[in-house]
Design a protein around this ligand. Structure first.
Ligand SMILES: *Cc1c(COP(=O)(O)O)cnc(C)c1O
Length: 396
């Protein structure tokens, strides 16, 4: 037996295969289509299908498929229920957080003025400026420009006070992002000047408490992704806050045929699914999840660090602290493979294992635990060990 195989056998035992899952589907669609299955050691990323929905959400969605309703009535009542649950004045279900930003911004620009509603994104003659901090320039700020807004960047409080004017439609803030102007001051200055505020808090859940806390901060609007930590439908999201602004946001979306956001249609299944996602998240035992996630990451960390010259650290995303991952490092003189190449080898191997992109992990190799299915932590640990041993100096 090679060093590699005996090492693996000693530490992992057996062949490290995942427990067989009961076959529940009549057809294997991905197989038919030639789509490669993968093990998710990244987390809930939109590009890889997002989070797993709660079973309660799937039940609500099945119900909506069978039971049709008037869409505006459904949306209104779902909005009221969600608002009650989270303590906001009102709520709407959007086609994701990005769509909540687009429609929320549009609502702040248009109010219920029909002429403006029909002319967006042409917005030169109306309030069309959105102010944000330069440090809050981020992956999704394009959404603010979709309804025709122009972005005005500021750094200091003085900049902000100077930027506020006749054309200011909204002040935008990204939760958990740093800037010279803190969150309280941002809201205060907006209120002094009677400017509506929108906060992107898309990925702050879990913990669900962060959603409740964001609502209480005093933003006029805040938005969340439904298909990430809330474990609702993939393409749904939430816009929470002031009723007048949310009604204006809704006027910019489906089912209004002439609205700028008509294409951001939300299905009845998603309305109910989103509502039940919020209900379920509020009841769920997050601490028990954390115990489980740490068990998975600690397992992978222990297995992999048993290799000579390899170190592992269990860390957690700083923003939420609810997504523990293993940071794997090794002595480059002992193993001749870069982190990039190990990540590629995991992707191209059998089975395919996906890890966080290097630009999101600051060049480090991160193995995330919370999206792994039962037994997959063994496969991930085993594959990392195999690949490292394949590149061990003096072995090949
Ligand atoms: C994911 C994300 C979004 C987009 O959310 P969708 O629901 O996919 O539209 C917006 N803002 C932040 C901070 C995000 O992480």
């Amino acid at each position: 037996m090679s060093e590699r195989r005996s090492f693996l056998k000693a530490i992992i035992g057996g062949n490290g295969a995942a427990a067989d899952l009961p076959p529940t589907f009549k057809r294997d669609y991905h197989k038919e289509l030639g789509i490669k299955p993968f093990i998710n050691a990244i987390g809930s990323y939109s590009s890889l299908g997002g989070e797993e929905m709660w079973p309660e959400v799937i039940d609500a969605m099945d119900y909506a498929v069978e039971n049709k309703a008037d869409m505006e009535d459904l949306h209104d009542k779902v909005g009221k229920r969600i608002a009650e649950l989270v303590g906001s004045e009102y709520a709407m279900v959007s086609a994701g957080a990005t769509s909540a930003i687009i429609l929320g911004t549009a609502g702040c620009m248009s109010g219920l003025d029909v002429e403006i509603l029909h002319s967006l994104p042409h917005a030169d003659n109306i309030k069309n400026e959105v102010i944000l901090q330069t440090s809050h320039k981020y992956l999704y700020d394009r959404a603010l420009r979709v309804p025709g807004a122009k972005l005005v960047f500021v750094d200091t409080q003085e900049d902000l006070r100077n930027a506020i004017g006749r054309k200011t439609a909204m002040m935008f803030y990204v939760r958990k992002m740093k800037g010279q102007i803190d969150i309280k001051t941002w809201i205060e200055i907006a209120k002094e000047n009677n400017i509506p505020t929108l906060c992107d808090a898309a990925t702050t859940v879990p913990p669900i408490q962060d959603l409740l806390d964001t609502v209480k901060l005093g933003f006029d609007l805040c938005c969340f992704s439904g298909g990430k930590g809330l474990r609702g439908p993939y393409s749904a999201g939430l816009l929470l806050g002031r009723k007048d602004l949310i009604i204006a946001a809704k006027a910019n979306g489906s089912p209004n045929h002439a609205a700028m956001g008509r294409s951001m249609k939300v299905a009845p299944e998603e309305y109910l699914g989103m509502m039940v996602a919020v209900e379920t998240a509020l009841k769920h035992d997050e601490d028990a999840d954390m115990v489980e996630y740490y068990k998975l990451t600690n397992y992978m960390a222990d297995q992999i660090s048993a290799l000579d010259g390899v170190t592992t650290k269990v860390q957690s995303t700083s923003a939420q602290g609810m997504e523990p991952y293993v940071n794997v490092d090794w002595d480059p003189d002992k193993y001749k493979i870069s982190k990039d190449d190990l990540k590629l080898a995991l992707r191209n191997g059998q089975p395919c294992i996906e890890l966080r992109a290097m630009f999101l992990s600051f060049g480090e190799l991160h193995l995330t635990g919370h999206m792994l299915k039962r037994g997959e932590e063994m496969i991930v640990a085993r594959r990392v060990i195999e690949i490292l041993l394949d590149h061990k100096m003096g072995e090949n």
